[in-house]
Ligand binder design. Structure first.
Ligand code: HSE
Length: 377
């Protein structure tokens, strides 16, 4: 296999290190804007060198961002080159375009590293689907927010200080708002749900509420009530369509998800025969992410074709009802009507549709920009 590597940053450099020790694949080119004397003639600055070289059968992307990653991906797929990527924003946003281009040219598109870094999540979801319907999937899929919540819980550190630590440790996205406001985990959930349910979810199908507004006081209240708060992504098929959502979630303290430490991820599905299977590990970082990019290349060498799912089509947006904790100074008759009891500075609701609750939180964000809510399990 002759590979062109797009991007020689943290992850791209890791891919290079792993592949240079192998005999079944070779990196012919590395595309980067910067100079790296150690790469010699392999370093190129012009993407067309890669595109026009028929010897390059597989392109591995570790650049990130939507552009020019999207243009490069489409050009490679149309030119009949397999494409492996760690770029969750690219795959979730252009899912339809990329999978169509792949189908038309008969090559392979893989993005195992895009969800869960080094965790073998997507490939096992694909294997499960060969036999099982997936009755639900859920998980902690963002290391930065888990690090923040875990550090606030155990270190009595403020949100801002915990975020600064996560940035220093290199877990956060270039713009950490993508982590804190749930966009990074939303992209990972869209890819996972599309694979599990053969659907084509878009950002607007996935109500998303992040952890920006959580306070030390909220966390003290949750601890006293026997809960641990995690940012959880969840999806499941309902009678009307696929319900998929992202929200801070209060989990009983004695559960596996509640115990996930630091920047780790834990992602699970429930299959009709397999039952619950959970995947735990490093959801980010140079070598874990590079590992899954190289695994994708090995799978292609072994004959893997196409994408993970069977690429069904659009489905309706479903909803799911459960109780919520809500802390807000905004007045609302609707909130009063669904309130069951008070908890700390907030209230706990009766079970209510996630779509209604997310709409409500958007509607009060002007009146109370500090409002916080969390689903309760
Ligand atoms: N910022 C992401 C995280 C990186 O914290 O999980 C890996 O996708």
């Amino acid at each position: 296999m002759k590979i062109a590597l797009l991007g020689y940053g943290i992850v791209g450099g890791g891919v290079y290190r792993i592949i240079e020790k192998r005999t079944d694949m070779k990196i012919k080119y590395v595309l980067d804007l910067r100079e790296f004397p150690e790469l010699g003639e392999r370093l190129v600055h012009d993407f067309d060198t890669i595109l026009n070289d028929p010897e390059v059968d597989t392109v591995a992307e570790a650049m990130g961002g939507l552009h020019p990653a999207y243009e490069f991906a489409i050009a490679c797929l149309k030119a009949g080159k397999n494409y492996v990527t760690a770029n969750k924003h690219l795959v979730s946003h252009y899912y339809t375009e990329l999978t169509q281009a792949m189908k038309q040219s008969g090559v392979c598109l893989r993005c195992t590293a895009a969800v869960g870094g080094g965790i073998p999540w997507l490939i096992n979801l694909e294997r499960a689907r060969r036999i099982d319907g997936i009755s639900s999937l859920q998980g902690i899929m963002n290391g930065t927010t888990n690090y923040i919540l875990d550090t606030m819980l155990h270190g009595s550190v403020s949100f801002a200080d915990a975020l600064a630590q996560a940035q220093e440790l290199g877990y956060a996205e270039a713009n950490p708002a993508a982590d804190v406001d749930g966009l990074d985990i939303q992209r990972k959930l869209i890819i996972s749900a599309n694979v599990a349910y053969d659907c084509l979810l878009t950002e607007s199908d996935v109500p998303t509420f992040g952890i920006r507004n959580i306070t030390d006081g909220d966390i003290r209240t949750f601890t006293e009530a026997g809960y641990v708060c995690k940012l959880v992504a969840a999806a499941l098929p309902t009678a009307n369509g696929v319900a998929a959502w992202i929200e801070p979630t209060l989990l009983p303290a004695r559960t596996m998800m509640a115990a996930v430490p630091a920047n780790f991820n834990l992602i699970s599905f429930v299959g009709e025969n397999a039952g619950e299977q959970s995947f735990y590990g490093q959801g980010a970082g140079r070598f874990p992410t590079a590992y899954n990019l190289v695994q994708d290349c090995i799978d292609i060498l072994g004959g893997a074709k196409g994408f993970y799912g069977s690429l069904g089509g659009r489905v309706e947006q479903g909803s799911h009802a459960h109780p919520y904790y809500v802390r807000t100074s905004a007045k609302s008759d609707w909130l009063d009507s669904i309130t069951d009891h008070t908890l700390g500075d907030g209230i706990v609701t009766v079970p209510v549709s996630n779509l209604q609750m997310h709409d409500f939180m958007s509607s009060i964000s002007g009146a109370d920009p500090d409002a916080f809510m969390a689903g309760i399990r």
